[in-house]
Design a protein around this ligand. Sequence first.
Ligand code: AMP
Ligand code: MG
Length: 520
Amino acid sequence: MQPGSTGHAFAQAGIKRRMTHFTLTQSYAALPERFYAPASLTPVSSPSLIKLNTSLAQTLGLDPAWLASAEGINMLAGHTMPEGITPIALAYAGHQFGHFVPQLGDGRAMLLGDVTDTSGHVREIKLKGAGRTALSRRGDGRAALGPVLREYVMSEAMAALGVPTTRALAAVRTGERVYREIPLPGAVLARVAASHIRVGTFQFFAAREDHAGLRLLADYAIARHYPQAAQSAMPYLEFLENVITAQAQLVAKWMNLGFIHGVMNTDNMAISGETLDYGPCAFMEHYDHSTVFSYIDERGRYAYANQPSMALWDLTRLAEALLPLLAEEETVAIELAQKALNQFEAQFQTAYLAGMRAKIGLTQPLAEDGALVQNLLTAMHKNRLDFTQTFRTLSQTEVMQPTPERAEHTQAVGAQLPASHRVVSTLAEWLPAWRHRLAQEGAVTLAARAAAMQAVNPLYIPRNHLVEDMISKAIRQEDDSAFETLLAVTTNPYQEQTGRAQYARPAQPHEVVEHTFCGT
Ligand code: AMP
Ligand code: MG
């Protein structure tokens, strides 16, 4: 393991179980009992593998052949566990749509433990949908196939797009039905994360005024995610600052991609800065900053454009929870927390604008770039241009600098791809200002600029209608080939793939998905 790698100290301190096929460390279980509840197993009728993420398994030092064996599948379904693994359900609280719930916790997820990946990073494996736990409240502890496949594709696509995220290790069918108004096939997702510690985990202890628990949790999170903060004169303040920075950068990446998380409750915000809990999330198609897909988000609390301010809202709840650790005097603690929170907006703006600059092929920051980006977005909004397709179209050399022959070529491209032609003609007023700005960038060849832009502007994203289509095929026809194809296409998002043009285009009017659902 590399020195200073995340979680090193705690991985060593945890209880080590040597399985035949991998080493699992249970560092969270080494924390006091009030941090979690032991999770007992609920056998299922006939677990079967839908998909194993072989390359991720290998990165984690897990044997894919064993995971795909009967014993491995039984573990992934939460059906049986290899000797020595004692799953736990983690306690947490959270603000859901602004309302505080003091006890949420893993109602349908269980933590198996930690593995150390080939780069020395500690990652934990969790099963989502593996049955009831002590924290299930009235839920059945199960997950339906649709949301499991959705999370698998979305999280793997996000990873391929370079966004910090939890990962999908495997999806299995349980062979059982779960009831969500109608009976649906049950499934379990094996999820991998740097950790599942949430803003809501801190709120859980803060709400109970359990300052000792709060401190232990903060020390664990620091050692695991931000070990350099431990060296600081004010480790808990530095920890807060690190989480703020990680979230500012994360949400900027979402915004750069048109991603809408959909349910940014404090129990769904990871301290690690990873995208966590793929419920009603979706990628925006035509650009509209007020876009909301989630059926339950009636007031648009988590609309596309609200995401930065909602992230800050959540971080403010984290800061409140941490107050007892920041300073003895509450007024001093509040002042420190406020100063840290005040950094968020500038950090977000800087990261967001850097991302947008790269999307339009700029490498050197100039003061007017913000306005250039804003004018583009305004034109996109007015003309309902597809977010992803617009930026990809701008990445074509012929759009960057239309000489007469290139203009002809653009026409030809336009004839083949009416949508991209529409992008070019719709942006006719904006393009000259952009080209003028590109000329100020100095000696960059068109080909090099196109390549750089195509490396940040995906051609393929998991569009809502493709996700819905893949889910309905998997449910109705027990046909996972649409899932396999969508996964293959969207985990190679920047590279044009032959015969896959239909995956690059926005929904046609009859395919448009207006609402997405949590599916819990
Ligand atoms: P989510 O909306 O998935 O972030 O979940 C919010 C809370 O509800 C968490 O505490 C979950 O563990 C819990 N929950 C969601 N679905 C279920 C379910 N089917 N059974 C038990 N608990 C659930
Ligand atoms: Mg959640």
